[in-house]
Design a protein around this ligand. Structure first.
Ligand code: HEM
Length: 462
């Protein structure tokens, strides 16, 4: 049995390159090895197989779990944050059960009810900037996405508990904003509580404070009639599995932190890129503003999310620099081997769809480094050619919410504010914890208002 080719550099050098410059590493490996390669970047030199060929990706994402498993244990480094019951850490039947309990909250009518909320929160955050003020898009988008999670997912909208949660969850997420800061997750030896000023001690303290607030909220909800509430926590509390069992307090807490962790940074990063690209190319911005304006002064959020050019701009944003570079790993079960693209991959090997490289394929996306939303109007891409949210049994649970948020925040900002990109040089992607994000905070300037605040898209719909 032979593994696919690996780049020429020794394992330690590959790992250093991957950590410091994931895009450079993947592009160089692809040039040397082609559509499938062995990346020697795993813990203790564990080989990982990266695939960007759509047929290969389809094979690994759609195989029956007897041929390939999608174990949660390989994501174990996130356990200190998201807990043992997080859907990300479960596998097999318990993973399936948890997904079945969570998925209905992220679809259909329920999701649609968050449209006005998202537009209002975008207005609330952007409305704080005065004309001529310079600001960074990243923290502004991060604040919007945090408020969406607290209000739509946690269902906490005001009062002392809301203010405390806002402050503490943003502190918690800050631990994961860079590889350096989150290194204690990657290196368990650093997980030493040396008092409140040590990184791990501080992390434990913030997590404990958040847990107290979450358990207090759950306890209050258990005593109330939640039938009229539409937030995701209430829906999760009323969901039951086939045997009539609901989620325990611990499960609810772990899933709330999972949704915060998986949904906050990812959405904020995509929004920051969307603002960057639309302001880098004036013709894209003009076309988009014209399309949004065609809906009239007070469009329904559901009309906005169906706009074709807006959808194409958001898809192209997610294609060019996908926030998640890789799918979660699939593993070849014990005592078997897996035949993939001419290789017999041995038991225990980890396989990952390489989302970044799949989105950069010249045969599928001509001039892949160019931002060209039109490509999404001219052609349909398969689920294995365009996969910003992964696929198969671990496909992103929040994909519909994230896409809706991306469109509504972008439409709210572009229809109300005249912004100018104040970055002097092209912005490149760089590693941000386990994700890919702009190398800067995306400096912008508020040049003027396109509408008076009283007639804004969101304000009219409260
Ligand atoms: C632009 C924003 C987002 C992107 C690009 C993104 C991308 C992804 C990707 C690539 C995966 C792994 C899929 C796989 O291995 O096949 C994933 C998993 C997941 N995402 Fe997202 N995500 C985003 C937003 C969200 C939001 C808003 C939420 C929830 C509030 C969320 C919740 C999750 C969860 C719970 C999983 C784990 C699913 C499982 O293990 O079964 N994500 N996401």
């Amino acid at each position: 049995m032979t593994l696919p080719p690996t780049p020429k550099a020794p394992a330690w050098m590959q790992k250093a390159h991957w950590v410091a410059n994931p895009v450079g590493y993947m592009e160089s490996a692809k040039r040397q090895c082609g559509d499938i390669f062995t990346a020697k970047v795993g813990p203790q030199g564990t080989p990982l197989i990266y695939i960007d060929n759509p047929q290969g990706i389809q094979q690994i994402l759609t195989k029956d779990t007897k041929e390939l498993t999608a174990p949660g244990s390989v994501n174990g480094l996130l356990q200190p944050l998201i807990g043992d019951y997080s859907v990300i850490l479960l596998d097999g039947a318990s993973h399936k059960r948890q997904r079945q309990l969570l998925m209905p909250s992220f679809h259909g009518e329920r999701l649609r009810s968050y449209g006005d909320l998202i537009c209002n929160l975008a207005q609330q955050v952007m409305g704080r900037f005065s004309v001529d003020a310079s600001f960074f898009a990243r923290p502004a988008m991060q604040e919007i996405s945090l408020l969406v999670i607290l209000q739509a997912v946690f269902g906490v909208t005001q009062g002392e508990r809301y203010e405390r949660l806002k402050d503490l969850t943003s502190q918690l997420m800050d631990f994961f904003s860079s590889t350096a800061k989150s290194s204690f997750l990657f290196f368990p030896i650093l997980q030493q509580n040396l008092g409140p000023w040590s990184p791990w001690g501080r992390f434990l303290h913030v997590r404990e404070e958040i847990d107290k607030l979450i358990y207090a909220e759950i306890s209050d909800r258990r005593q109330q009639d939640n039938s009229q509430r539409t937030d995701i926590l209430s829906l999760m509390m009323s969901a039951t599995d086939e045997s009539g069992e609901g989620m325990s307090d611990r499960e609810l807490r772990d899933e709330l932190l999972t949704l915060l962790f998986a949904g906050h940074e990812t959405t904020a990063t995509s929004l920051s890129w969307a603002l960057y690209w639309t302001h880098r190319y004036p013709s894209v911005l003009a076309q988009l503003q014209e399309e949004i304006a065609s809906l009239g002064d007070h469009p329904d959020p559901m009309q906005i999310i169906r706009l074709p050019y807006l959808s194409a701009v958001c898809n192209e944003t997610l294609r060019l620099y996908p926030v998640a570079i890789l799918t979660f790993p699939r593993v070849v079960p014990e005592n078997t081997s897996f035949h993939l693209m001419g290789y017999d991959i041995p038991a225990g090997t980890l396989l990952m769809g390489c989302i970044y490289l799949a989105h950069q394929r010249e045969d599928i996306y001509p001039q892949p480094k160019q931002f060209q939303p039109e490509r999404f109007l001219e052609r349909q891409f398969s689920a294995y050619e365009f996969l910003p949210f992964g696929g198969g049994v671990r496909r992103c649970i929040g994909a519909a919410l994230a896409q809706m948020e991306l469109k509504l925040v972008l439409a709210t900002v572009l229809s109300n504010y005249q912004l100018v990109l104040a970055e002097k040089k092209p912005v490149r992607p760089q590693r941000r914890g386990v994700t890919l994000a702009p190398e800067t905070g995306i400096r912008m300037k508020l040049a003027g208002l396109r509408k008076q605040p009283s007639s804004t898209l969101a304000a009219t719909r409260v």
